[in-house]
Design a binder for this molecule. Structure first.
Ligand code: ZN
Ligand code: ZN
Length: 258
């Protein structure tokens, strides 16, 4: 089993070597590092990068050197990958960066909608029903654009909004069918993401959404979205349970030399 979605100290996670040791202890066959990266030239995105202090476009070559060293000491596969913020306005910059950086594989994520990260509950607590409906509609518009762009091997946490209590209950089966049809026509593959199964019992995609994707014969990759070594270990068991429950054979065929 390969965990294809984890973070290290090259974004908001713990040291690379500690994450690799945890993957070995968990009995994984491989771990992929998908540190956050945003290459938007827009002013708001530049401010956000300055506030966070990390961005893989500046450090991926250094991380690649570290991954090469870790590969020499480890029996498991270690992948040099990325989780890119996607916004349809940034497609040219994303394409140019991915082509130059040449990662083992790429994940694309819609994190921000209309200038706000959809995981920040406080940003939506005072919004009206109409405003929340618009945010959720725009989120799925961006997700479908991500899938249709085919810029990425994997689309992350397809129903990320479900993490955010004020935005729950707005996504409909119509949204899910639209996304599933886009996946069915794209090389981009959705992931099963267990990053929130322990804290708030949310599996991405949720049960109904998974069934709709399966109706469209869409394959899946798997990822724990771990930021800490203890999460890698705990979530490896959860990933295994989910694969078993849904009888899913995760795909890794898009990774060169896997
Ligand atoms: Zn993400
Ligand atoms: Zn992530």
């Amino acid at each position: 089993m390969h965990d294809l979605h984890t973070h290290s100290n090259y974004s908001d996670g713990k040291f690379l070597f500690r994450m690799v040791r945890a993957a070995e202890r968990a009995g994984l066959d491989g771990i992929g590092f998908t540190d956050h990266c945003n290459v938007s030239p827009r002013a708001g995105a530049k401010d956000a990068r300055a506030a966070r202090g990390f961005n893989l476009d500046r450090t991926y070559e250094r991380r690649r050197r570290a991954i090469d060293q870790l590969r020499e000491e480890s029996e498991i596969a270690i992948y040099d990958a990325v989780e890119m913020d996607y916004d349809s306005r940034d497609e040219a910059e994303i394409r140019a960066f991915l082509s130059a950086a040449d990662f083992d594989y790429t994940i694309g994520s819609v994190h921000d909608v209309m200038g706000t990260n959809v995981q920040v509950a406080s940003a939506f607590e005072d919004k009206s029903t109409d405003e929340c409906t618009t945010v959720v509609d725009r989120y799925f518009d961006q997700l479908v654009a991500l899938i249709e762009s085919e810029l990425f091997d994997i689309a992350a946490h397809a129903d990320l909004l479900e993490r955010t209590p004020p935005l729950r209950g707005y996504a409909t089966e119509t949204h899910y069918y639209r996304v599933a049809e886009a996946f069915a026509d794209s090389r981009t593959i959705p992931e099963i993401n267990v990053g929130r199964t322990l804290s708030d019992e949310i599996l991405h995609p949720g049960r109904t959404f998974i069934e709709i994707l399966r109706e469209h014969d869409v394959p899946f990759t798997i990822g724990s979205d771990s930021h800490r070594p203890d999460e890698v270990t705990a979530r490896a068991d959860i990933l295994e349970d989910v694969l078993w429950e849904y009888d899913i054979e995760p795909v890794t065929s898009f990774i060169p030399n896997r």
